[in-house]
Ligand binder design. Structure first.
Ligand SMILES: [Zn+2]
Length: 591
């Protein structure tokens, strides 16, 4: 596929100078959720949309937000030392949802092990030795995130001190509870004082610890409460068809510090796309909703989760796909090697990137992160972070993995300013997002290929089956999937041969219904109307524990409990696949 004449014209309408204006404005605003400067940013977005003539609906929910206020780390013995660096980004920081308080006493160091890939490094963490540090402070390597807080809490630590992998300390959040907590999951908010220190201070602490006991004072102050937040949603629909199905394009506009790379660049991208699509709305067959979320950084995706909860049934009925926009257009980030997409979107996503940039791309299964709050509804998804610094360049520069800014380590620090944005990369990335949305909103057939999803599912579940060996039988699941695959083949063939409007419409509806069935069982444990925590969620989480079975002593209680759990999980997954098969059957027989 190449760009059509109209697509070329459409992409040429992107004006990076408009985007730059937003960056200049936002470079003076610390957009912490529920504060005046965030409201000012919302106003800029809303006023710009209105001046373009774009319809915008503004929601003002109260969200549960935790704002870090103050962090201190002081060595009391054997020396007296308190970091007070001129470069503010090197000073201690606490985390959103840290426990408030002061700890004074001994500190111990235990090394930790993170996930191997740059991104799983943010989810998986284990402390290396089994030492109990009850009532003490625990220092370990790395940026503090939920798994680190849990690991420290699991050892009985009263405070956790994360030693940054670099010169600067990074802001972050330690609760994995997705969006507003419920009575059922509020106990998962960590209950530990959390502070990060820079690498130099960490090295100094470790040197002292090598010689003997060290006493410290660690203090954290956060302000956790309900705050009014603003969610602007632009609605661009074909004339006379406001009830059309739609694509949801979104990204967070709250930030740490002035957050240019994370995520003013994304905010500008969305605004420019709103303008271009609005001007061309007579060309669309479907609608586009564009949302700017608050509460991403200090409420664990509280904005997108609120929207999902409050419009769940509308999203279920009408949302075709969701596209997230975080940290595009950053300095030196011109590779597309870690793009996230669900399997059914992979081919489509690759094609869009190729058609805009001429480059090949590599993707991965979306992590449980980044305002992907729609797995329960079952919405096909693509992109989160898009462009990144090429891996070889990061290695060359000795950079460590971060969760945005295209891999620039200014991420979540005082240095994430205008220097992190790149005009020409921002223009290219905006075009990628624009083309993806435009094609989704116009292509006759929805571009999702669920045959890919089923193939990948067979691969994953076969792997689980091998791990389970004789302990658990997954053959029925694999057989069901193979049946679904064959029938899908027939369905795709039937549709590609037909050009009757009616068949196309039925096929599109079929794809939508399949997504609602397959995505929840593949991506969630908690089902359609709840939100799994921001911890690692394996594929088919109800079957994934198959991998543990052979490690448990045969006939032990745990072994039998896990068997019962897996029988239930298998029922759940099979019931879903069987209902998918029956939908495809109906389509094939013309119902
Ligand atoms: Zn971000």
């Amino acid at each position: 596929m190449v760009l059509t004449e109209f697509e070329k014209q459409l992409l040429n309408e992107v004006n990076v100078e408009n985007e730059w204006k937003l960056l200049e404005k936002f470079s003076k605003l610390v957009r912490v959720s529920g504060t005046e400067e965030e409201y000012e940013a919302a106003e800029y977005i809303i006023n710009s949309l209105r001046s373009y003539g774009v319809k915008v609906t503004v929601y003002e929910p109260e969200l549960y937000i935790s704002i870090p206020k103050k962090a201190e780390f002081e060595i009391l013995e054997p020396v007296s030392y308190m970091p007070n660096h001129e470069d503010k980004a090197m000073n201690p920081k606490t985390s959103s949802f840290s426990k408030n308080g002061v700890y004074e006493g001994e500190i111990e160091y235990i090394s930790g092990k993170r996930g191997a890939s740059p991104l799983s490094g943010f989810f998986e963490f284990q402390l290396e030795n089994g030492r109990d540090v009850h009532g003490k402070a625990l220092a370990t390597e790395g940026i503090v995130f939920p798994a680190v807080a849990y690991a420290a809490q699991g050892r009985g630590a009263a405070a956790v001190v994360g030693i940054s992998p670099g010169k600067w300390t990074h802001e972050g959040i330690i609760t994995p509870v997705w969006g507003t907590p419920t009575l059922e999951n509020m106990h998962m908010i960590p209950n530990i004082i959390s502070v990060s220190i820079s690498k130099v201070d960490g090295e100094y602490l470790k040197q002292l610890l090598n010689k003997g006991p060290v006493r410290v004072r660690v203090s954290a102050e956060v302000d956790t409460k309900w705050r009014r937040c603003i969610i602007p949603v632009a609605e661009i629909f074909p004339t006379g068809n406001k009830d059309a199905k739609y694509i949801l394009l979104h990204g967070h506009y709250d930030s740490w510090h002035v957050g240019i790379g994370d995520n003013a660049v994304g905010n500008a991208t969305l605004l420019e796309i709103a303008l271009v699509l609005h001007k061309n709305r007579d060309k669309l067959n479907r609608g586009v909703k564009i949302a700017w979320w608050p509460g991403h950084s200090t409420g664990r995706y509280a904005g997108s989760t609120w929207f999902c909860d409050n419009f769940a049934l509308e999203l279920d009925e009408r949302c075709i796909a969701q596209i997230n926009c975080d940290s595009p257009g950053c300095r030196d980030a011109n590779a597309y090697e870690e793009v996230m997409w669900m399997d059914e979107m992979e081919q489509f996503g690759k094609q869009v990137i190729k058609d805009v940039t001429g480059k090949d791309s590599k993707g991965m299964r979306p992590l449980r992160a980044g305002d992907y709050s729609f797995h329960g509804i079952g919405i096909s998804s693509m992109f989160m972070l898009l462009s990144n610094m090429p891996e070889h360049l990061r290695k060359e520069r000795g950079l460590y993995p971060v969760g945005g800014c295209g891999g620039n380590v200014e991420w979540h620090t005082e240095h994430d300013d205008m220097r992190v944005a790149d005009r020409s990369i921002l223009e290219t990335d905006t075009k990628i997002y624009l083309l993806a949305v435009y094609r989704l909103a116009t292509s006759k057939l929805y571009p999702m290929d669920f045959r890919k999803t089923v193939d990948k599912s067979i691969e994953i579940i076969s792997e689980y089956a091998r791990a389970a060996g004789a302990h658990f039988d997954l053959t029925p699941v694999i057989d069901d999937l193979k049946t679904l695959r064959e029938k899908l083949d027939a369905a795709y063939q039937k549709t590609h041969q037909a050009d009757r409007e009616e068949t196309v419409e039925k096929f599109n509806n079929l794809l939508l219904k399949l997504s609602r069935i397959i995505i929840p069982i593949n991506y969630t444990k908690n089902g359609r109307f709840a939100h799994d925590p921001a911890l690692e969620v394996p594929a088919y989480p109800d079957l994934a524990p198959c991998r543990e079975l052979s490690r448990l002593p045969a006939k032990s209680d745990e072994y039998r409990f896990l068997q019962a759990q897996l029988v239930r999980g298998r029922n759940k997954v099979r019931a879903a696949i069987l209902s998918a098969i029956s939908l495809v059957d109906d389509f094939l027989s013309g119902h």
